[in-house]
Design a protein around this ligand. Structure first.
Ligand code: MOS
Length: 710
């Protein structure tokens, strides 16, 4: 590649529109005659709907309709069960499930009327609400048994056998789920807040029994998703049905409570870690078992062990994932599904092994990095954990001296440090993007790919600018519209590497055609600001026409011959109050290796976001369910505590750049989620080092610290 725009820390090209409020989000499109819909949701956890009394609501001012179409009573965003529309009577299987939609002239009228709808239920009592109440199903896909772990635990000079729990999490995206649907009698246009339009359009077509080519989905800007917008959400289906019935545009915006109660959750987990090591600290046994939950019939199962399969050596291995069927709302993907909770538990256990073996935690990890995948035997596509550990320790000022808790106190505060490793699997998805080079020296890139705050707009502009020798400001990025070629959507950290590769291939095709016309070899083709290397203007070369190619990226077969992941190392310094058990993070550093860096600023931003999630996972984030009826108690941002400015100190990020030619044609791996895969353990390990409280649960709350102080 020629000019070096790719990788540069270009500010977000959509930044100005966002900070000036001119970037339009799903609910903000001004449509004439738009009616407002508010969902009525269940306030029981399991049963059937026997009657919906709409009379009072329909008599209220401004109310247009109460729609109790069965299709809007389906499950949540990522629900896979009950794909066929419900029949009478409607079954409720979680608190907060949509029952009906009230449509009125104004939002306030609709909300008021929704509260007057009387729903009668035949509630089924005594269904399991907690994983402890059920016999779990073993998830055979994830079971590994190699050698003899029990024997290795007996033979080990040092061992750890510990159970660690994590609470459920909410995605808590800033923008609630929202949609405006407009039916013109033949075609449906929906402005929605979704991550994967390519997949969502098929879901919507299925839900409405409408051909996909009659639907257009638009999501130009998405105010965060973190997994909660991977699947089609209830607002989209409800707005679409209402618009088709009423023949006018309908907007449905979920309330914050509805997002928490009805969209989906990250499962709570109970994890048992068994680590067996020689006197020198070499792992000979590795055990990781986890229990998670979901609703009956749902396929998703929090993949807690995903990176545990290859993180550390150890020839005797047992990994097992179990799923309990309970009546909490659908469990689905929340930022870094799997590693977000699996790595913090594993890395707390590794800290305990470091302590019991008297080996420095960084050294213990360094000596247990496997040279190939310890289960499959596959090589790693690239592996930067050692560099992350070493450079991270150096930059943080990690003290390799003997580690004992309670060595430093300032007034009421114990001060300590901790570290952890992290990993997040890498994968890519099939993607298409069209790039058009115009004779005026500008280019345009089109795909239905979304930008959920991650920087898609910017890296696509950089990719096209790099390949076609343009100023990034001359590249128009037109995304988030299903009229364009289908991209991979934003999810699982695959977005940038996948859509970036599609744009790269489109540009490559353009370059080849230009080279042919200029009679030079493609790799000798130089392009700069609308001119070829020999000074000829592209206008002349193109003869007044534009040149357009679609890039079609498909993950290569050879990717299957490698284990691919991003790796990182986390370091934290905390202070813990001796009297209240409160923890404050003083400083934190993450070092990450994830292939080629496409934009140092947006990549770093993703890492900062990950570190911030780590603080939430470590200290505050927890879904709390009422054990009597299973409803979610803390369903807003006042009660579900994500880190706020006051909780987030100076964060340092080291980008350990590498080129990974296996990972993707553009040599990049995923970065979005890696920053929170293990970071919480650096904090909980630092809490132990500070005050001596080893708390075997996340979040590490003040009361749990006090209860575990020596
Ligand atoms: Mo991600 S949890 O796949 O948005």
């Amino acid at each position: 590649m020629k000019q070096g725009v790719l990788g540069e820390p270009l500010p977000r090209i959509d930044g100005l529109a966002k900070v000036t409020g001119t970037a339009r989000y799903a609910a903000e499109y001004p449509l004439d005659n738009c009616a407002e819909g508010v969902l009525v949701t269940s306030n029981i956890t399991h049963g059937t709907v026997t009657r919906i009394d709409t009379e009072a609501a329909l008599a209220m001012p401004g109310v247009i309709a109460v729609i109790d179409d069965k299709r809007l009573t389906t499950r949540a965003a990522q629900g896979t069960a009950d794909e066929a529309p419900q029949q009478d009577p409607v079954t409720v299987c979680y608190w907060g499930q949509p029952i009906a939609l009230v449509v009125a002239e104004s939002f306030e009228q609709a909300r008021d009327a929704a509260k007057r709808i009387v729903v009668e239920y035949d509630a089924s009592p005594n269904l399991p609400l907690d994983p402890a109440d059920v016999t779990p199903e073993e998830q055979e896909d994830d079971t590994v048994s190699q050698g003899d772990l029990a024997q290795a635990m007996k033979d080990a000079a040092h061992s750890v056998d510990v159970t660690i729990t994590t609470k459920g999490h909410a995605s808590a995206a800033m923008e609630p789920h929202a949609a405006i649907a407009e039916w013109d009698g033949e075609r449906l246009t929906v402005h929605a807040s979704l991550q994967m339009l390519n997949y969502n359009i098929t879901e919507l077509a299925d839900a409405l029994d409408l051909a996909e080519d009659k639907i257009r989905l638009i999501a130009r800007y998405v105010g965060g998703g973190f997994g909660s917008k991977l699947g089609l959400s209830q607002d989209v289906v409800a707005a679409s049905i209402a618009s088709m019935k009423l023949n006018r545009p309908v907007r449905v915006v979920l309330s914050r409570q509805q997002v928490f109660q009805g969209i989906m959750r990250r499962s709570e987990t109970t994890q048992r870690l068994r680590l067996a090591a020689t006197a020198e600290g070499k792992l000979i046994g590795f055990g990781h078992e986890a229990l998670v939950s979901n609703l009956p019939g749902e396929e998703f199962c929090e993949p807690v062990l995903q990176s545990s399969h290859f993180m550390y050596a150890g020839e005797n291995r047992e990994l097992k994932l179990n799923l309990a069927r309970i009546h909490r709302m659908t469990a689905g993907s929340v930022r870094a599904p799997g590693e977000a909770v699996g790595m913090p538990a594993l890395e707390a256990a590794m800290d305990m092994l470091a302590e019991t073996s008297g080996i420095d935690p960084v050294q213990l990890r360094l000596m247990n990095i496997p040279d190939k995948d310890p289960e499959s035997g596959l090589p790693f596509s690239s592996h930067k954990l050692a560099e992350c550990l070493k450079q991270g320790a150096e930059a943080f000022g990690w003290d390799e001296g003997p580690r004992k808790p309670r060595q430093r106190r300032e007034g009421e505060w114990w001060i300590g440090t901790g570290m952890a490793s992290g990993a997040r699997i890498h994968n890519t998805q099939e993607s298409r993007a069209r790039v058009t080079l115009s004779p005026d020296g500008t280019a345009r890139v089109e795909t239905d790919m979304t930008d959920i705050g991650t920087g898609t707009y910017t890296i696509l502009a950089q990719m096209v600018a790099e390949m076609l020798g343009l100023d990034p400001a001359s590249v128009l990025v037109d995304i988030g519209d299903t009229r364009h070629p289908r991209g991979p959507g934003s999810g699982g950290s695959w977005g940038a590497a996948s859509i970036g590769s599609a744009a790269y291939l489109a540009c490559q095709a353009i370059r080849e055609e230009l080279a042919q016309r200029l009679r030079v070899a493609e790799d000798a083709l130089e392009l700069c600001n609308g001119k070829a290397g020999d000074g000829r203007k592209l206008t002349d070369v193109l003869g007044g026409d534009s040149l357009s190619h679609e890039g079609h990226y498909k993950p290569a077969k050879e990717q299957e011959d490698y284990t691919a992941a991003g790796f990182g190392a986390f370091f934290a310094q905390v202070r813990v109050n001796h009297f209240t058990g409160e923890t404050r993070v003083d400083r934190m550093l993450g070092a990450f290796g994830f292939g080629r860096v496409l934009n140092r600023r947006t990549a770093r931003s993703q890492c900062l976001g990950g570190l911030t999630w780590s603080i939430g996972t470590a200290l505050t984030e927890a879904l709390e369910f009422d054990p009597r009826d299973g409803h979610l108690v803390n369903c807003d941002l006042a009660e579900y505590h994500v880190p706020v400015n006051r909780d987030v100190p100076d964060l340092d990020v080291l980008l350990i750049e590498e080129r990974d030619a296996i990972a993707s044609p553009i040599e990049a791996k995923g970065i979005g989620e890696l920053g929170m895969c293990g970071g919480a353990a650096a904090i909980s390990n630092a809490i132990y080092n500070a005050c001596g409280a080893r708390v075997l649960q996340y979040p590490v709350t003040p009361d749990s610290v006090l209860a575990n102080l020596p």
